[in-house]
Design a binder for this molecule. Sequence first.
Ligand SMILES: [Zn+2]
Length: 289
Amino acid sequence: MESLEKLIQDLTQEAAQIQIQGRSLRPDEMARLQAIHQALPHLRQAADILRIEVVTSLITYKIVSDVGGRLKQAGRTACNFWNRFIAPASSIVIRLGVFTANNNTIARAYKPYTRTGVIYGVVEFNTSYLSSFSGNEIAGTIIHEIGHTLGFGWEQWQELFDPASGRFTTAAIDRLPALETMRVETDHGPGTRFSHWDEQSHDRELMTGFKDHSEHVLPITISVMELLGHQVMEELPRETDLNTLMESLALVIFSRQGEAKTLDRDHFQATDLWENIPHDRPLPKKRSS
Ligand SMILES: [Zn+2]
């Protein structure tokens, strides 16, 4: 991209120099000038196309508080996950921090808020789990939360299914046939109900309401993002173990720091609590010995 800009600049300069000779041009100079004038519009068009591709939206994170850098590492893996599969309709900043409570809440997420075209999602992690969870378990939880920020549970999602049965509408299935076999969670409290795949039908899938020890991702979890207004960059070909996916992503070097830096990651607004992520089992009681 930079070399293309440089080429356009060099050719523009060369053409200008040929023209300011102060004498009539030689045939070779005339030919060169003509060639440059023919090439420049195409080069400029190519540069415009490349510029559009470079300036796309992305998902990034901001660490508000952490324990031993664990959220930072997990946040990076989680953003790599979604950035690999989708280009969101608008950029997303996940603000990650910690809280401490001795209960089975692994993490809690707050209602996303928007400012100047950026969506912010706040996720706080329970330090009781942060120390005992593996890096992948933390990253998996953040991936799940970003799934909500991307629309699992919000307006566009709610229009896709019948809340009484948890089945997707004919219109939704027409757009995405794989929705035929999917069911939406209709049980449990607000925050779980209507904003996940059904626990009973899809048990260990990433976007069910309960965190399991070993989870997988169904291709539909990626492809449904198209119906939530995002662009799917890469489809997931088959049901894939979440740990396997994350291991390949932990090594990916984030190449879009420049773009991430242009986003205001510090903007904060207090919003309502949206979801508590419960563990499938409560924390073991501390023994007093
Ligand atoms: Zn959830």
